[in-house]
Design a protein around this ligand. Structure first.
Ligand SMILES: *Cc1c(COP(=O)(O)O)cnc(C)c1O
Length: 321
């Protein structure tokens, strides 16, 4: 997988943004440590998902590209596939729940995708997708459980570590585990001493349970505000990599996630979506001890106005001293 990450990195060169690494002196002083944020909220489409989508779709055969691709997602993966489809001239069909946020629907349609909506209360998205696949030769691009997607997501850590060199620890959020597995493979190959931690919401702790027991646990529709991590379970391809390369998993409360979103907004002037704030939440609560030089992946910044307003109004900038 490490070789695949390196080739993905070359493939993405000049196409994905080389996202910036930011620090906060307030935070470094508070913790007496050095915290480095890799800002994928500034990636194309506002999340790291662009990397995996581009790495997989660009490698399809001409025939597959001509027939088009299919994805099912309510979130960042949908936008990423739609955007890459537009870039590469590949037709995209995206299956989205009818209750998906208007802003994400609009963005996905804006890239020219053919959006198929389904009722999440009465229909299962995998079945809707399977029906669409029948008779057509669309290629399914899964959101995480695919080698080329994992390799693409692994380029975040590959780029990060090549820029900042030595890290004592590296934190990444975990939903289906595409980002975390790619992060762990890249990190352990570049520097085996760096501890890699996966962070999940307490309300969506399926991967933590799976990691601790060595067997995949599932939690459908967890009610966390971190919508990027609401995936029911880790994948059959991501889980073995997580077990082999990740040092440990931690969970954080909804309150800590919101506090981290507020910190990014008030102190660092950044719009970060709740899923993107899990790493900082783990440091703020002490779930991860802030010691030494710690890398934190901010996975995305797609949050709608009302949700941001609600988070900002439930706390105050002075909570950080
Ligand atoms: C998809 C996503 C995640 C979770 O990534 P997985 O590869 O499914 O573990 C985390 N944060 C954001 C912003 C995402 O879009």
């Amino acid at each position: 997988m490490f070789e695949r990450i390196k080739s993905a990195s070359q493939r993405l060169d000049g196409i994905a943004h080389k996202t910036p690494v930011f620090t906060s002196s307030t935070l470094n002083q508070k913790f007496n440590a050095e915290i480095l944020f890799k800002c994928e909220n500034f990636q194309r489409v506002g999340a790291f998902k662009f990397r995996g989508a581009y790495n997989s779709i660009s490698q399809l055969s001409d025939e597959q590209k001509a027939s088009g691709v299919l994805a099912y997602s309510s979130g960042n993966h949908a936008q990423a596939v739609a955007c890459v489809g537009k870039l590469l001239g590949v037709a995209t069909t995206i299956v989205m729940p009818s209750d998906a946020p208007e802003i994400k629907l609009a963005a996905t349609k804006g890239y020219g995708a053919d959006v198929i909506q389904y009722d999440p209360d009465t229909q299962v998205r995998e079945e809707v997708a399977a029906e669409l696949l029948e008779g057509k030769s669309l290629t399914l691009i899964p959101p995480f459980d695919h080698e080329d997607v994992i390799a693409g997501q692994g380029t975040v850590a590959y780029e990060f570590i090549n820029e900042v060199s030595r890290l004592d620890a590296l934190l990444a959020p975990c939903g289906g585990g595409g980002l975390l597995s790619g992060t762990a493979v890249a990190s352990k190959n570049l520097n085996p001493k760096t501890k890699v931690y996966g962070i999940e919401p307490e309300l969506a702790d399926d991967a933590t349970l799976s990691f601790k027991t060595g067997k995949i646990h599932s939690k459908p529709n967890p009610p966390t505000i971190a919508d990027g991590t609401r995936t029911a379970r880790v994948g059959d391809k991501t889980f073995p990599l997580i077990c082999e390369y990740v040092d440990d998993m931690r969970t954080v409360s909804e309150e800590a996630i919101e506090q981290a979103v507020r910190f990014f907004f008030y102190r660092m002037k950044m719009v970060v979506e709740p899923s993107g704030a899990l790493g900082l939440a783990a440091l703020l609560t002490g779930a991860i001890k802030p010691e030494g030089r710690i890398g934190v992946i901010i996975s995305g910044g797609n949050i709608d106005g009302p949700t941001m307003t609600q988070i900002l109004s439930s706390g105050h900038f002075s909570e950080f001293g």
